[in-house]
Design a binder for this molecule. Structure first.
Ligand SMILES: Cc1cc2nc3c(=O)[nH]c(=O)nc-3n(C[C@H](O)[C@H](O)[C@H](O)COP(=O)(O)OP(=O)(O)OC[C@H]3O[C@@H](n4cnc5c(N)ncnc54)[C@H](O)[C@@H]3O)c2cc1C
Ligand code: FES
Length: 253
C-alpha cells in the first residue's frame, strides 16, 4: 500500500447519482483487481476518515486508475464536486485482491450488485487477458442506475437485472442464476451484504470469491470498525486488511 497525491483527470456522470472518475498518479502498476483506494476527502478536521472506493480499471500506460462511486452522503458528494485538475490524497492498493494469476479456470461467473459492480470490471478484463470466458450478471435497482453494460458486453455475455423490472431481467441476480444455468469454474461476487448472502447460499459448495464493501474506519487494520466473524468460529476477519476479497464461505455474512 502506498500513499500518493493523484490528479483528477476525468469525471463524468454515468448513471443516476453515479460518477466515474479517473485519477492519475506516479505509481499504479502494482494494483490488483479487487483492491480499493482509500481517499481523503476535505481538509483539516472535516471528514477525518477516508472513504474506501474499489478500483474499476487500471491503465498502466497512462498511469491512471478509474473509480466509480455512488453519491450517498456528504463524503461522496464532496468527492463528486472535486474539479478536474485537483489533487486527491489517496492510499493506493489497499486490501486483498481476487487471486486471478493463482487460479486454474476456463469459465468465470461474475455477479455484481449496484456499487459492487465496479471492481468486477477490472477483474473481468484481467480474466479475459488470461483467456478465461467471462459471463456477468449485474443487478441494479432500476434502469436509471444501470452502468457499464456495454463495457461488460465487450468482454463476454452480460445479463442485466433490475429490482423493478424497468430494464433487463425483472428480479435479482439469483433470478438469472436460476433461469440460465450458466456453467462456471469459479464465481466472483461483489455487492451489498444481502445480495452476497443470497448468492453464497445459492452457490454453496461451489468455488468462488466474494468481496465485501461494508462501512470502514481507518482502512488499515487499526480500529476494528470493519470486522466480520469467521465461519470456522475462530475469531474475526477485518474487511480492510484480511479482505475485502474472501474465499466464499470464509466469513459469516
Ligand atoms: C472495500 C470497499 C469498497 C467500496 N467500493 C465502492 C465503490 O467502488 N463505489 C461506491 O460507490 N462505493 C464503494 N464503497 C462504499 C463507499 O465507501 C461508501 O458509499 C462511502 O464511504 C460513503 O461515504 P459518504 O460520506 O458519502 O456517506 P456517509 O455519510 O458516510 O453515509 C451515508 C449513508 O450510507 C451508508 N453507508 C456508508 N458507507 C456504506 C457502505 N460501505 N456500505 C453500505 N452503506 C454505507 C451510511 O450508513 C449512511 O446511511 C466501498 C466500500 C468498501 C468498504
Ligand atoms: S477499518 Fe479499521 S480495522 Fe478495518
Amino acid at each position: 500500500m502506498i500513499n500518493q497525491m493523484m490528479t483528477v483527470v476525468q469525471k463524468r456522470t454515468i448513471a443516476k447519482d453515479t460518477v466515474e472518475m479517473v485519477l492519475q498518479g506516479s505509481t499504479i502498476s502494482f494494483v490488483e483487481p479487487g483492491q480499493f483506494v482509500h481517499i481523503r476527502i476535505g481538509t483539516g478536521f472535516s471528514h477525518m476518515l477516508r472513504r474506501p472506493i474499489s478500483i474499476a480499471n487500471v491503465d498502466g500506460q497512462e498511469q491512471t486508475i478509474t473509480v466509480i462511486f455512488k453519491v450517498i452522503g456528504q463524503g461522496t458528494e464532496e468527492l463528486q464536486n472535486v474539479s478536474i485538475g485537483s489533487s486527491l490524497d489517496v492510499l493506493l492498493g489497499c486490501g486483498t485482491s481476487y487471486p486471478v494469476q493463482g487460479l486454474e479456470l476456463r469459465r468465470a461467473l461474475l455477479i455484481g450488485g449496484g456499487i459492487g459492480v465496479p471492481p468486477l470490471y477490472y477483474l473481468a478484463k484481467e480474466l479475459r487477458k488470461k483467456g478465461v470466458q467471462v459471463t456477468s450478471i449485474l443487478g441494479f435497482q432500476s434502469k436509471e442506475n444501470v452502468f457499464y453494460e456495454e463495457e461488460f458486453k465487450n468482454l463476454g455475455a452480460c445479463h442485466i437485472v433490475t429490482d423493478d423490472g424497468s430494464y433487463g431481467w425483472h428480479g435479482n441476480v439469483n433470478t438469472v442464476i436460476d433461469s440460465e444455468q450458466i456453467p462456471f469454474d469459479y464465481f466472483f461476487s461483489c455487492g451489498p451484504l444481502g445480495m452476497l448472502r443470497a448468492v453464497s447460499t445459492k452457490l454453496i459448495g461451489q468455488p468462488g470469491y466474494i468481496s465485501i464493501e461494508e462501512r470502514m474506519g481507518c482502512g488499515i487494520g487499526a480500529c476494528y470498525a470493519c470486522v466480520v466473524p469467521a465461519k470456522d468460529g475462530k475469531g474475526f476477519r477485518k474487511i480492510c486488511k484480511d479482505g475485502p476479497v474472501f474465499p466464499a464461505g470464509e466469513v459469516v455474512l
